[in-house]
Design a protein around this ligand. Structure first.
Ligand SMILES: Cc1cc2nc3c(=O)[nH]c(=O)nc-3n(C[C@H](O)[C@H](O)[C@H](O)COP(=O)(O)OP(=O)(O)OC[C@H]3O[C@@H](n4cnc5c(N)ncnc54)[C@H](O)[C@@H]3O)c2cc1C
Length: 335
């Protein structure tokens, strides 16, 4: 068991996504005694993007060091981005324990810090920065059959579904991209989407990106993709899916695989147990924190990344660069 019980850390960063890596880089520059704990792999969320996917953002919005991410085309692929984050962590010798999960954080008032328990050890720390992202809980349909092995909540690649009947459920970019990849590579693909999502063309309201939509429409025109404007999935069985269309009629589709890509929610268990208030924000929830310092109502407990109001990679990287020097300042002030 790893333990730092006798030598408290200045800062424990939970999560090695873009936010956690940026925080580690900033902590290293500040000379803090820090550690990142990551339950999966370095940049686990990017690792889970579809294989070969081109990312939406440009290199300057994604890179941890200016000019360090040099993709072959204008925007990097999943592999180029993943390689950039992993190489950065290795080259900068960031202190990261991967495949170790933080399971408990308790305020230690006597020591004016925190006691942190993980699947591999225990740590005493002065400050904690939670950068755990918002991928913990894929949203479910809550219908009979959704636990069948053919129902998946992540899309990684189309090739296992060639010549099979695949249904994608969802109205965002992840669902649209999965339907596109499946249709292009020869799965008999249906996209079930709410009419409001299909008719949404407003980029400010999360409309499907035009560079996904245009080839998707080509697949529709070529009859390689079927679009179902639906209101609800009624049931999933071994060989079929029952859907209610938005005209009220029920259709039954032959089916070998279902991809439910309707979003994910963060896990707020650690924050909730510490007494941080979580409030609704649109379709999701966010913790309450100071908009300047990103400190929560628990002194010494900070948040950053996709489960705050600062979403996407650009902000996940920018915020820790601003707040870690403030954390370092407050630590120096208490010495
Ligand atoms: C398919 C897809 C495509 C996307 N495309 C883009 C894009 O083109 N451009 C863009 O800007 N954004 C994109 N995003 C969003 C982007 O991935 C997120 O904004 C970004 O990953 C947020 O970074 P983060 O560090 O906050 O969280 P994450 O990258 O999710 O990192 C959080 C980390 O915390 C770890 N963790 C969680 N709980 C614990 C625990 N208890 N103990 C230890 N570790 C823990 C997780 O394993 C994870 O590695 C996309 C997302 C998806 C799903």
């Amino acid at each position: 068991m790893r333990t730092t019980a006798d030598t408290p850390l200045d800062l424990l960063i939970v999560g090695a996504g873009p936010a956690g890596l940026s925080a580690a880089d900033a902590a290293r520059r500040e000379g803090l005694n820090y550690l990142v704990i990551e339950k999966g792999l370095i940049a686990q969320t990017i690792y889970q993007y579809p294989i070969g996917r081109t990312v939406f953002s440009t290199p300057n919005e994604l890179e941890l060091r200016e000019g360090a991410l040099r993709p072959c085309r204008e925007k990097p692929t999943r592999e180029e981005l993943l390689s950039h984050y992993v190489r950065f962590a290795l080259d900068e010798r960031l202190k990261i324990h991967a495949e170790e999960e933080v399971t408990r954080i308790e305020r230690d008032d006597a020591a004016e810090g925190f006691f942190v328990e993980t699947t591999r050890g225990q740590y005493r720390v002065a400050c904690v920065l939670l950068a755990t992202g918002a991928m913990a809980h894929p949203r479910r349909l809550h219908v009979p059959g959704e636990d069948l092995p053919k129902v998946r909540y992540l899309f990684d690649e189309p090739y296992p579904y060639v010549n099979k009947d695949a249904l994608v459920v969802g109205g965002g970019n992840s669902a649209a991209e999965a339907a596109l990849f499946l249709a292009e590579e020869g799965a008999r693909t249906t996209l079930a989407i709410w009419r409001s999502d299909w008719e949404n063309r407003d980029p400010k309201k999360n409309a499907i990106k035009h560079w996904v939509r245009a080839p998707l429409e080509e697949q529709l025109a070529a009859n390689r993709l079927r679009l179902v404007l639906f209101t609800e999935v009624l049931e999933i069985t071994e060989g079929h899916v029952h859907l209610r269309q938005d005209n009220g009629s029920v259709i039954v589709l032959d089916n070998n695989a279902v991809f439910v890509l309707i979003g994910n929610d963060a896990d707020f268990t650690l924050l909730g147990r510490l007494g941080v208030e979580i409030v609704p924000a649109g379709l999701t929830q966010v913790p309450i924190y100071d908009p300047e310092t990103f400190e929560t109502n628990v002194p010494g407990l900070y948040v950053a990344g996709h489960f705050t109001h600062s979403r996407h990679i650009k902000e996940a990287i920018a915020v820790p660069r601003r707040i870690v020097p403030l954390i370092a300042q407050s630590l120096r002030a208490t010495v």
